[in-house]
Ligand binder design. Structure first.
Ligand SMILES: NC(=O)c1ccc[n+]([C@@H]2O[C@H](COP(=O)([O-])OP(=O)(O)OC[C@H]3O[C@@H](n4cnc5c(N)ncnc54)[C@H](O)[C@@H]3O)[C@@H](O)[C@H]2O)c1
Length: 325
């Protein structure tokens, strides 16, 4: 059976997913939802027989779809998910789930009531090294973890506004929070400090902080710190997470895992395409109902969202905050 897929969004990540989908046997990109008909038509034109729409209800009335990919910015979530849940269309949604935790919590309730298949684009979980990291930590006592998403400021206008993206910790650094949860367990409390150093002076309409540091207390008793900045030039970035145990240090980057200590150093590279694996797991679930290969579903991703939102609350109030699980 050929799966017919709808996609919301016409930007970089909608195209990344659509390109992979269009190369798969037994899968067709059938419909594209854009913020304008022109944008939707322009993207749909790249795929045989795909049609563009600027209205989700018209799209869903006209097309029989097996699954949907939601690739819109954080501020645009809500109506799309509600309509898909109501019609029982399984979806893969790009992270983050929204600007804060309230809307995702409401949507999670609707998803669970319907028993809908979902997947969320926390693609680092689909790399082999996420599994390796998790099993290495299972056999060790984690003392602490440190990490950072240190980079430049994305060019898209929505990213620079708090009410567009939720800020860097919610929009970007969420990947590291999610990997920390996946490898080392739940986070019970966070304490955050953010600052505005340079980017609001350099660019117009910047309301997101450009530096931040967050302390995370894990349920296990371990402590983590994750920092982020978006004020670097693009060629100076670094994204990393390190885990410290009595047996030694484990350094994660998206490309490799280094296990250091006890006189040894092992490095594991990880050249797999995580987006392809994420899609393969999701479509397998859509075809068979077997969700066991999906590494991040909406319920799990909600817990990551609750942590990143708690960091924003803490930075605003100056007090520690607990994720609203
Ligand atoms: N998993 C990852 O590593 C990763 C990487 C990049 C982006 N993303 C996520 O993907 C999402 C999209 O990011 P992007 O880089 O493609 O952004 P983008 O700005 O390139 O594209 C966003 C698109 O959404 C469209 N849009 C906005 N509101 C819409 C609506 N209500 N209906 C339909 N279309 C709408 C815009 O017109 C635009 O085409 C973001 O949530 C982002 O965090 C994930």
């Amino acid at each position: 059976m050929t799966l017919r897929i709808g996609i919301a969004g016409t930007g970089g990540f909608a195209k990344l997913h659509a390109d992979r989908l269009s190369r798969l046997e037994g899968v067709r990109v059938a419909a594209v939802l854009g913020s304008s008909k022109e944008k939707a038509d322009a993207m749909a034109a790249a795929f045989d027989d795909a049609r563009g729409y600027d209205s989700l209800s018209r799209l869903l009335d006209a097309e029989r779809l097996d699954a949907f990919y939601i690739c819109v910015p954080p501020m645009a979530h809500g109506d799309i998910e509600r309509a898909l849940i109501e019609r029982g269309v399984p979806f893969l949604v790009e992270k983050p789930l929204g600007l804060d935790a309230a809307l995702p919590k409401e949507l999670l309730g609707l998803i669970e009531a319907k028993g809908l298949i979902t997947s969320v684009g926390y693609h680092f979980r689909s790399k082999n090294n996420a599994e390796r990291l998790r099993s290495l930590l299972e056999g060790r006592t984690l003392g602490m973890a440190t990490g950072g998403w240190m980079g430049g400021m994305p060019g898209v206008p929505w990213w620079r506004r708090k009410e567009g993206s939720g800020g860097q910790f919610v929009e970007q650094t969420t990947h590291l929070v999610d990997l920390l949860r996946y490898a080392a367990g739940e986070v019970d409390e966070v304490y955050a400090a953010y600052g505005n150093r340079a980017m609001h002076l350099k660019h117009e309409n910047v309301s997101v902080p450009d530096v931040g540091a967050v302390v995370l207390k894990l349920r296990s008793g371990a402590v983590a710190t994750i920092s982020n900045t978006c004020l670097l030039p693009w060629d100076a970035g670094a994204v990393h997470l390190s885990f410290f145990t009595e047996e030694g240090r484990i350094d994660w980057t998206k490309d490799e895992l280094a296990v250091v200590g006890g006189g040894g150093r092992s490095v594991y590279t990880d050249p797999v395409d995580p987006y392809g694996l994420e899609t393969e797991a999701f479509l397998h679930a859509v075809r068979t109902g077997d969700v066991s290969r999906i590494r991040s579903d909406y319920a799990d991703a909600y817990r990551t969202q609750a942590v990143t939102h708690a960091a924003n609350v803490s930075a605003e109030t100056g007090l520690p905050a607990k994720p609203a699980y």
